[in-house]
Design a protein around this ligand. Sequence first.
Ligand SMILES: [Zn+2]
Length: 288
Amino acid sequence: MRNLDCSQEVPNDFFDTVLASKRNSNKDPDYTLRVEGYKPNVRLHFDDYNLRFGSNTLVGINPIGYNGQVRDDLLKLYKYDNSVIQKLKTEITTSINGRIINSCQNCTINAVNSLDHIVPKEEASEFSVHPKNLFPSCSQCNGIKNRFWRENGQFLFLNLYTDSLPNLQYLFPIVNYNNGVPEINFSINNPNGIDGHLYNIISSHYTRLDLINRFILDADGVVSDLQYRIHSLKGELSRQQIIDSIINYENAKRANNGYNYWKSLLTIELVNCKALMDFFFLPKVVGI
Ligand SMILES: [Zn+2]
């Protein structure tokens, strides 16, 4: 999990570009004209959003609470397949070195195939196409988040544009080895003194998105990958050299994918499990 840079689009201009991409239908010839009429009020709320985004105080924002036709019209502005929205997604998911980050940063398990509304569009239709309110996500995370976003004045999920992830470990893999099969679990703790407010959001994010169970479901792939890597290097390097190179490689990946990137932390924990390594370094391992 890593932070992403938000879009550099000017929010009011982006709204205009999305609106310009919309066509009136024969059934509804006045659609774009009606949305033009909502713009002055929407812009006021965009200003509030921008200020709060800058000071990371979005949690206190008060949505207009539009309903009826206005709400329906504003919700219609957002469509994942719209070319303007797709261009925005490409901008946000392209790193400074030009590489596409196609993994959902809410979970780092699935590919991005949707944009999550940080302030849910159902509650705040005026932000349905605010560029800083759209975060690339997989549909699984997006579906779980649904309309939930704040409770008792606190965000329930990380805003990976504005909540700076710490370079301190809070995710801890647990590996128990039994007869060739590693049992894997994870815990979330704060022994390294992450700011309490941020840690609460991190903990809520992982719990609500059920990330630990989702990591465990996906963990066999990490174990198999490690087994193949060790097998491919066994004839070339010593056991210690292989372990050191794997740890170096995973730490380099954490620099890009996040300090608490679960696959790298798990791989490091696996190579630190002596009994498992004794098994993997047997001359011939069953299953390879
Ligand atoms: Zn996800």
